[in-house]
Design a protein around this ligand. Structure first.
Ligand code: WTA
Length: 664
């Protein structure tokens, strides 16, 4: 495990500090650093008491818990175990009979700019109707349901309806391929798929249902009894008699009242597949009580949510950010939120800024990749520069998914936030359920490019490979020392892999995040320096190098061997570079270009377009040690176009370095 020295360097030189304004501090829920330290001290003094207090304050329990943390079977921690609740009741029913029931829950901004709004009361009715429809289909408590849907009100309804009846959902991002979908359906043993006929992206109608059909036809999905289709567009799609039903039709037949199914706090709320360091994606399993507590609590702490806020998280429901900060957190907090169907560049690259103005958005939460691409667009076309729109409604900005470089942070702070809005750079992961390290807007002095300090109760630290703390200023491995309520419970169907991946023995039982980090010497602020495993972060999306490699070698008529590495990219953070050995002589010129295109399309079909290598280089072999191990560090240098400075004396075949150094 190594930590990039360039990232360490930039921590040392970054010395701009932005203190929150006196008025922001005065108005904030966690007001000033003393308030932050007081919360941390409370957790330090009485860890279980601290979490129990939050869980009682933030959630509605059907049956109160008496136990807080059960550590009897480490690392399979249990929280609030004997308590009972329902997540959907905590997001919807709790607001009924309060002024929030008539408040807008979702402002849906469609790809073409059409706006649809639903209040909390209306959303509850829809969710209940659909929950009844699922029950009528035979979906039961504990069943898994795969959701493969676009960003729509119905996508949120589908998630909420599942958890209302105690079914565990597994949302698969609409950009994943038929094969990736099939693998997830099979691994989860799902009984139903909820999808849409098409999705709208950038003015184009893209099929979803056809991909579901293709995935199911690949086999191994006998557990699927029904496919429910939301008709997003008027275009017809294939419906298999006896299996496929239309969402609006099955809903129309049902009552809009459905009693929520109460479940134990540890009941699996959802499974979300993410990339790890082997070829097979991991089904990250989250609990109901602990997960929901943190989704709700971080709305108060990180976003300092106020009753009149218009919250907008741009993440898709196919990723964890879209779970915690679209489908659960904002609803549990009774917020009004924008759900956006489209892409940031359609019909023009000012769409985000225009949408903020249109709906008077106050809290905007997006990914550095989006910011970087919109900076580029604004610099090349004055018509899409944010200054063309009134962004004065904004009071808080957020960033998530990948490290934000200080230049992008400054642009965001100045041009979008008008030097008035704090920027919360939130570090977290699919596995952590919610924010871990982030500034608090009314307390933490901001340093561009730093996610600053852990939230109260979160015991992140930086250690060496033996689990010993390292000094500030020294890079190391990011860990979390104590269990926390919203942590991953297990990998679905693979508890051994869960233990091995996240709690390696040499790390003293700490949770291993998989990222490198360094704390600044002056403030102890954290800066994430990137993954230390074989996981890449491309445009904020996690991609396993092994996953892409196994897709490539799956093209058995063409590929003999493949190795995939990441290379820094100004726009996407990291870019995927694949080194490929073909079962034929090394191609050149047009032939190489054509084969590279063929392989890129193959990967898109196997995994999804997000996994397409940016570059493919061909060679007659890969650089290997005499024992046959691929020298990945060397490939990383080659991908970056750097001179190879590593020791190549153990390399069996040095001449191929020259071959692989060249782009096609
Ligand atoms: C990276 C997304 C730096 C990190 C919520 C982590 C970040 C992985 C940040 C998790 C941030 C996320 N600064 N890096 N603010 N946020 N990451 O599971 O490498 O899709 O391990 O969860 O993204 O990605 P995931």
């Amino acid at each position: 495990m190594s930590v990039s020295s360039s990232a360490v360097q930039s921590t040392l030189v970054e010395n701009r500090v932005f203190e929150p304004s006196a008025s922001t501090v005065a108005a904030a829920r966690v007001s000033g650093m003393e308030a932050y330290h007081a919360l941390c001290a409370e957790a330090e003094r009485d860890y279980e008491g601290f979490w129990a207090r939050l869980a009682r304050e933030q959630l509605v329990w059907h049956k109160p818990f008496t136990q807080v943390l059960d550590e009897s079977n480490k690392p399979f921690y249990k929280w609030f175990q004997d308590g009972e609740l329902n997540a959907s009741a905590n997001c919807l029913d709790r607001h009924i009979g309060t002024p929030t029931e008539h408040k807008t829950a979702i402002i849906f901004e469609a790809d073409d700019g059409t706006v649809t709004k639903v209040t909390y009361k209306e959303l509850l009715a829809k969710v209940s109707q659909f929950a009844n429809a699922l029950k009528a289909m035979g979906v039961q408590k504990g069943d898994r349901v795969v959701i493969y849907m676009p960003m729509t009100i119905e996508g949120v309804v589908a998630m909420q309806a599942c958890v209302r009846i105690g079914a565990t959902h597994s949302v698969v991002f609409g950009g994943f391929s038929a094969k990736a979908l099939q693998e997830r359906i099979q691994d989860a043993g799902a009984v139903a798929v909820i999808t849409a006929n098409y999705q709208m992206r950038g003015g184009k109608e893209l099929p979803l249902k056809a991909i579901v059909d293709e995935g199911l036809a690949l086999g191994g999905c006998d557990s699927i009894k029904n496919v429910v289709v939301f008709q997003r567009t008027a275009s017809p799609c294939n419906l298999v008699a006896g299996r496929d039903v239309l969402m609006h039709e099955v809903m129309a037949a049902q009552s809009s009242v459905c009693a929520p199914e109460m479940v134990g706090a540890e009941h699996p709320l959802f499974i979300l597949y993410t990339s790890g360091s082997t070829g097979k994606p991991k089904g990250v399993q989250h609990s109901t009580g602990g997960y929901l507590l943190w989704a709700r609590q971080t709305m108060d702490w990180t976003f300092d949510l106020q009753p009149n806020d218009v919250f907008w998280c741009t993440a898709d429901i196919g990723w964890v950010t879209g779970h915690s900060y679209v489908a659960y957190g904002p609803l549990a907090a009774g917020a009004t939120q924008i759900v956006f169907e489209g892409v940031p560049t359609f019909p023009h690259a000012g769409r985000f800024w225009q949408t903020i103005e249109k709906h008077r958005c106050t809290i905007f939460y997006t990914a550095p990749t989006a910011i970087r691409s919109l900076i580029k667009a604004a610099e090349t076309d004055a018509k899409v520069h944010p200054k063309n729109w009134d962004l004065t409604s904004l009071r808080l900005l957020g960033s998530v998914g990948e490290p934000i470089n200080p230049e992008a942070w400054m642009w965001y702070y100045r041009n979008i936030g008008g030097e008035r809005c704090p920027v919360v750079d939130t570090f977290w992961q699919t596995e952590t359920g919610g924010h871990m390290i982030t500034p608090l807007p009314g307390a933490t002095p901001l340093v561009p490019g730093s996610c600053t300090l852990p939230l109260p109760g979160i015991s992140t630290a930086i250690v060496d490979e033996m689990g010993n703390d390292v000094a500030n200023g020294q890079g190391g491995i990011l860990v979390v020392k104590k269990p926390w309520p919203s942590m991953i419970r297990t990998i679905w169907g693979d508890p051994q892999r869960f233990k091995k991946s996240y709690f390696p023995e040499e790390l003293k039982g700490y949770y291993l995040a998989g990222d490198g980090a360094v704390r600044s010497e002056d403030r102890g602020y954290f800066r994430i320096t990137g993954r230390i495993d074989d996981v890449l972060n491309v445009s904020g999306h996690r991609m396993g190098t092994m996953e892409i490699e196994s897709a490539l070698v799956g093209k058995t008529d063409l590929v003999a061997e493949a190795a995939v590495v990441g290379r820094p990219d100004d726009l996407t953070g990291e870019a995927i570079v694949a080194f490929v050995v073909l079962k034929r002589p090394v191609p050149t010129g047009d032939e190489a270009k054509a084969l590279a295109t063929e392989l890129r399309n193959w990967v898109a079909k196997e995994i999804g377009p997000i996994a397409k290598p940016k570059e493919i280089r061909f060679g007659e072999n890969l650089p290997k040690t005499r024992s046959g191990k691929i020298m990945r560090r060397l490939l990383r240098s080659l991908a970056k176009g750097e001179a190879v400075t590593q020791d190549t004396s153990t390399l069996e075949n040095p001449h191929i370095l020259e071959q692989l150094a060249k782009s096609n």
